[in-house]
Design a binder for this molecule. Sequence first.
Ligand SMILES: Cc1cc2nc3c(=O)[nH]c(=O)nc-3n(C[C@H](O)[C@H](O)[C@H](O)COP(=O)(O)O)c2cc1C
Length: 194
Amino acid sequence: MTTSSTQVIILYFSRGGATQRLADAIAEGVTAAGGEALLRTVNSDADAASARDMVIERDELTRCDALLLGSPTRFGHMASALQKFWESTSNDWLKGVLINKPGAVFTSTSSLHGGQETTLLSLALPLLHHGMLLTGVPYSQPSVHGRDGGGSPYGASFLNDRTSLTSSEQQTAFALGRRVCQIATACRHATIED
Ligand SMILES: Cc1cc2nc3c(=O)[nH]c(=O)nc-3n(C[C@H](O)[C@H](O)[C@H](O)COP(=O)(O)O)c2cc1C
């Protein structure tokens, strides 16, 4: 890395804006930890909420220090636009450009038991295949104990039955961004042998 601040990509898709709210809360956490939050999306319809942000450029995977991946839950799984993106990263996988970089995941659903955890795990899979260091939210974060919406040790989440995040959802997303950035900053100065 040639830049001085820790570069954290927040790569997400959001049609209606719910997942985007989580992405923005995560970005606040990254910034609070002294990092630079790079909100990025993938090719999709121009009227998707996430079209607000730039489409990720391939060399950004190489240049970043960490990456968070977020999607609305689609039948218990990540949205196809994101899956399509990861299926285009074979060359990056061969080069190992994400190996030993912290990664984390986030999602939103319209129903409480509609698959937040399965989607979070589906989002984790490509990050693990790319050799990333999967980061969750520990139970030392009080908001993970919340009983009124999203947020879990697997990642940040939002129960989209209202217009804004609950306080717990906001705090968990913020904590995840802050934690990933702090770990990424530490990893930049660490030597991890194969
Ligand atoms: C094709 C499709 C499949 C969906 N599947 C689920 C689901 O399995 N569980 C659920 O709770 N919500 C499901 N939803 C609802 C979205 O996950 C939810 O509205 C989400 O908050 C939208 O996020 P966005 O505003 O970022 O696009 C689905 C929506 C669509 C369009």
